[in-house]
Design a protein around this ligand. Sequence first.
Ligand SMILES: Nc1ncnc2c1ncn2[C@@H]1O[C@H](COP(=O)(O)OP(=O)(O)O)[C@@H](O)[C@H]1O
Ligand SMILES: [Mg+2]
Length: 316
Amino acid sequence: MTERSAEAPSRAAPDGAALRTVGLSKRYGRTLALDGLDLLVPRGEAFGFLGPNGAGKTTVVKLLLGLAIPDAGQGCVLGAPLGDRAVRARVGYLPELFRYQPWLTAREVLGLHCALARIEHADRPEAVRNALATVGLADRADDRVGGFSKGMQQRLGLGVALLGPPDLVILDEPTSALDPVGRHDVRRIIHGLRERGVTVFLNSHLLTEVERVCDRVAVVDHGRVVATGRLPELLAGSRVSLRVTGLDAGRLASLERFGRVAAAEDRLTVDGIAPDGVPDLVAEVVRLGGRVHAVEPLQRTLEDRFLELVGPERAE
Ligand SMILES: Nc1ncnc2c1ncn2[C@@H]1O[C@H](COP(=O)(O)OP(=O)(O)O)[C@@H](O)[C@H]1O
Ligand SMILES: [Mg+2]
């Protein structure tokens, strides 16, 4: 699997992007699924595409793969325009919803997809063996897919997406049907792909999944990217916790200008504060008669940030 991915940089887009879209829009009847979506996914990273149900994630994937046509906007995948057929062969894809022919065995399904991916005849048995081993289905290779659990079918789908081997893998909700062990395996597979220089585009509404495997994320809502960046950048700053005594709970109103204030016993937490606002916050607390024992920046989780961006009612 290493040889082709090692070649990948020579086939890179000139700007090094694995994916790029500009102003992508798509309407289904009266539903505006995408509303001018701009996206940039650098090569060789695991990229999390995150958003509540109905945000437009699957629609983006369909446009990237040429399975649907945008109403407006453009994009490129591995340096070629959307829908380019030669590039499609270098992209592995795990659809959100799929069903393999139940009468086929796992090995047969993979063999069929080797043919569809135009893998050389002589290379197919090894490609199938590697895929089965990677997704942990080697001992079920000759069982019919009809008898597989949802989780096993999802693993098989992932195996199909790894045939090629691809330079870019697009996974649409890959862990939605998996138990914790299965989710752990998917994370391991994604790490392995990234180590080989493969770009992974992971669609998910599961925040912890994305937080654990992705270098960079974009949050999408109502068909638009509302935030994007490396995870540490996206989660940086803007939350501080103070240990304070002597502060009258009735006098906290003047702190609201720094951010959302929560006070409990000797803890005062301010959310959404600008990094250079902390000294002024401390000064104000002292002015109100508080004694400040400690000032601690708090690491926000992706969930905190997600809730800020899309609102609690959208995040379910
Ligand atoms: N084929 C379709 N026909 C009609 N509406 C659709 C179709 N596909 C998606 N939509 C609508 O477009 C919006 C975005 O859907 P989708 O991209 O599937 O969201 P996500 O994958 O983020 O859950 C939703 O409102 C959905 O109902
Ligand atoms: Mg979806």
